[in-house]
Ligand binder design. Structure first.
Ligand SMILES: [Mg+2]
Length: 290
């Protein structure tokens, strides 16, 4: 006897049940289950093989691009900051963001989901100082490869100067190459003019090194024009088209970043529901015909 009809009936039944739940979800919502918008993103980043595959793929591409960049003496990832005709004799460097570019903070993100709470700077600092951050797959190997080729590895992070010592110890334990007598971990606030935008820190590296690659998970790791509306960000993105996948490589991060705050223009005075509504309003949706 074929099982197909039974299977079909079961599928139809479960689809019906799923639909009933979807329609009446609020009535059945179990309040003991934390309702947190970070759930899918955190589950994906902490537990999925798809995420790991994405990250390994990006670092594999980074290795190829690094070799190309070393061979082409006029290659620079920061042509607006350095003259391609004058960089050939400079020592080489790469610039990497830390969080969710090479460092995996999903223990912290999972805490937010499981405990139904929001990001707090104080708690974040306590997490950083616990030195439990892990390395993203392929990140240590890639940075070590770059260092083995004589490339200086700079980390430009918005972890703060108060978090720098624990971050450096944590990264060293994980095996990331640190700068020796050169300060290669450039944190937010370490110098007065080093705020959230990273351009002034990029500039500092570009003064002494030919910058081969930039790696980050957030638009702000590549440009100071990351704020603004979704349309303005799109225009900046398109203007930089020649960089993407070449000398600017992006790691996936659906958990947080300027993409997430753009729909409500970073107005954190709005309530969580108001912010959520603006994000939903920003989506283009299909309208079914009845
Ligand atoms: Mg980051």
């Amino acid at each position: 006897m074929s099982l197909a009809p039974l299977k079909m009936k079961r599928l139809a039944l479960s689809a019906g049940v799923a639909l009933a739940f979807a329609v009446s979800a609020p009535a059945f919502a179990d309040e003991s289950v934390p309702q947190n918008d970070l759930l899918n993103a955190t589950l994906w980043m902490q537990k999925s093989v798809e995420y790991k595959g994405n990250v390994l793929g990006t670092f594999a591409l980074a290795r190829i691009r690094l070799d190309e960049a070393l061979a082409d003496k006029s290659w620079t990832a920061l042509p607006e900051m350095q003259d391609a005709a004058k960089v050939s004799d400079m020592p080489t460097a790469i610039i990497l963001d830390c969080d969710e570019t090479i460092l995996d903070n999903n223990l912290y993100e999972a805490h937010l989901v499981k405990d139904g709470t929001d990001f707090s700077p104080k708690e974040w600092t306590a997490y950083v100082n616990s030195e439990q951050t892990t390395a993203m797959p392929g990140a240590v190997e890639f940075t070590q490869y770059a260092a083995s080729k004589g490339v200086k590895v700079f980390y430009i992070t918005n972890r703060t100067k108060e978090e720098e010592s624990a971050t450096a110890t944590n990264m060293e334990k994980l095996g990331f190459p640190m700068g020796g007598n050169v300060d290669t971990l450039l944190t937010k606030g370490e110098k007065e003019e080093w705020g959230s935008p990273k351009g002034s820190r990029d500039q500092l590296v570009a003064k002494d090194y030919r910058v081969l690659l930039m790696l980050g998970d957030n638009f702000s790791d590549f440009t100071d024009d990351y704020k603004g509306t979704l349309e303005e960000r799109q225009a900046v993105f398109e203007k930089a088209q020649s960089h993407w996948g070449k000398d600017w490589l992006v790691l996936p991060n659906p958990e947080y970043g300027s993409f997430e705050s753009a729909p409500f223009l970073s107005d954190y005075k709005l309530s969580a529901d108001e912010r959520r509504k603006k994000k939903i309003d920003a989506l283009d949706g299909w309208t079914p015909k009845n």
